[in-house]
Design a protein around this ligand. Sequence first.
Ligand SMILES: [Zn+2]
Length: 208
Amino acid sequence: MSDGFEFRLVPLDCPTCGAGIQALGEDVVYYCTACRNGYLLDQSDWSLRRIETAFVATAHIQVQEYRPFWLLPAKVDIHQHQAGNGGFTGILSAFFGEEGAFYDGGQGIFAVPAFQTSLESVTRLVRSYTEALPELKEKLGERLLGGCYGRQDAEKLAHYALIATEVDKPKVLLDLKYEIEFGEPRLLGVPFTKKADATMDAVFGIEV
Ligand SMILES: [Zn+2]
């Protein structure tokens, strides 16, 4: 080809144990089921960087597949906020509490899908899993496919979902100025199940 497009084949042997890693075409996150290590493809030098990975445990649910989420530790600082109409109603309430004082900053962990789905599903998933994270139990690793969003994409989606879940209070939204400082990300394998033509997460039943 003469248009300068460069096609790269990324070798998918696990850098830790040498086993082959399964992946879909656009994936940038991978999980080795042999040694139970997760990786992010570093597109600057095409190397695999290890990422701590956990999986959500479910009881009594038939799990068809696990899909990757990014876990983004975050500190949220509110710079400006219209006072007098209470606390937050969306994702920010997971960081500050519904009636919490927000002037000192809030800390929490965003759970953001690393796979492609609609923005509506992203918003519902981010909200549900960000709020439920402290209570989710973990299990050993499974096959993990479809993670085509890297860390920067996940951070943008976290901002999007944060705003989207506060829009039922437009006044607050207009006057909200905030800043998020993200920490070192991790991966979370979330169980999904299928019913007829629909695929939904196994904990909340949110369709993707
Ligand atoms: Zn391995």
